[in-house]
Design a protein around this ligand. Structure first.
Ligand SMILES: [Zn+2]
Ligand SMILES: [Zn+2]
Length: 147
């Protein structure tokens, strides 16, 4: 599978062997640190359920964007999503690209980073990908609203 932004080959969830990648079906782009989440590839049933619920919102609405779904090559759609934090406040809205056909989502690194301004994506800091993956895993456990 290839990154929809820069066409680099995405790293499969199994390599490196990090359970949170496998749990959430995360394919990561080494170049831009963007992440593909796929309900089909998620090993955690909770993650699969949440991703399938989020997918519903993309089947009915959303503006088509110039991104081909890395999984099935359908044109993806964009929607705005806000997560509610445990203290009751809400995260900054982020733009989430989702496939109307299969249950894949694309998280751009800079969208995720807007939630954690301290992270900086540079080639010297590959562990940012790990931090972003942790962030995604936390987000998926929070209630959310899609606009
Ligand atoms: Zn990329
Ligand atoms: Zn798709």
């Amino acid at each position: 599978m290839r990154c929809p932004r820069d066409q680099c080959t995405l790293i499969e969830p199994g390599s490196p062997q990090l359970s949170l990648y496998a749990d959430n079906g995360i394919h990561c782009c080494e170049k831009c640190q963007g992440m593909l989440l796929d309900a089909e590839a998620a090993q955690s049933s909770i993650a699969r359920e949440i991703l399938n619920q989020m997918h519903e919102a993309f089947t009915v609405e959303g503006n088509e964007v110039a991104l081909d779904c890395p999984t099935c090559e359908t044109k993806m759609r964009v929607r705005t999503i806000v997560f509610r934090k445990p203290d009751g406040s809400e995260t900054e809205p982020i733009e989430l690209d989702g496939c109307p056909s299969c249950s894949s989502f694309w998280f751009d690194a800079d969208e995720l980073q807007s939630l954690t301004p301290s992270l900086e994506v540079t080639e010297e800091v590959p562990e940012v990908a790990g931090a972003l993956a942790v962030l995604i895993q936390m987000l998926l456990l929070l209630p959310y609203r899609i606009f």
